[in-house]
Design a protein around this ligand. Sequence first.
Ligand code: CAA
Length: 258
Amino acid sequence: MDFVKYNVEGHIGIITIDRPKALNALNTQVLNELDETINRIDINQIRCVIVTGGGEKAFVAGADIAAMSKMTKDEGQRFGKFGNDVMRKLEMLPIPTIAAVNGYALGGGSELAMSCDIRYCSDNAVFGMPEVSLGITPGFGGTQRLVRIVGTGMAKEMVFSAKNIKADKALEIGLVNGVTTQEELMPTVMKLAQKIASNAPIAVRNAKRAITDGFLADMDHAIMIEERCFGDCFETEDQKEAMTAFVEKRKGVEFKNR
Ligand code: CAA
């Protein structure tokens, strides 16, 4: 892999988009490598995935404009579909994902962050959807996920105006859950990932499924999804052990992912 690194620390997988000379812009090779990396994640071992950018300046400064500049309509459509397929694969990973946004997250970079379950950013982060200033629409899910995260009014303002926003504004509108210094970003996100990984893995995965699948369903159907995810936990060893430990006043359950 030239542009995507994958490291494992215990139960945490860390994906780094590492093409700093182009501010980690997403071309077909980067998307291919990201796709392969997502395929490689062993969800029996990994309990939380962090996505971040290499270098000091950028998370991801968008899809690669130089590569897109010469695309035909068919090529543009194929590129958009491939980007969307990769973002959707990341979003549909059964385990939680956190974007550690360490600088520019523009266009496809914001879209990559929005394909994660949770977003934290450093105080130098800049978010934006500059696509219409380049004569295109957001193409890796931005028109759909931004609206679901920050609401229609704010999403439309960001997309139609192509104005960038800074970290404090991203926090105010709920695009990120927290802002840290640059130095504190990875330790903060690692701590959260470790906290997630310390919980019962099957319960966490079922909770992710209930939230993700239920969010887009009507309430009656959504509640049924929750009921199934809840009920399924009762056939796990981890549920039996955690509840027995509580009743017996034992601390420090080690979950077995069974
Ligand atoms: N595509 C290709 N190359 C990019 C890039 C991108 N999205 N963003 C930055 N780069 C390259 C620059 O061309 C430059 O390369 P060279 O050194 O070879 O000239 C290098 O990265 C460093 O960038 P800058 O010199 O521009 O750095 P800066 O600090 O002056 O500016 C920036 C940083 C404001 C992020 C600026 O680079 C910028 O505006 N980038 C483009 C951001 C953008 O418009 N992204 C959206 C793309 S469209 C999209 O993503 C579509 C979609 O929804 C799928």
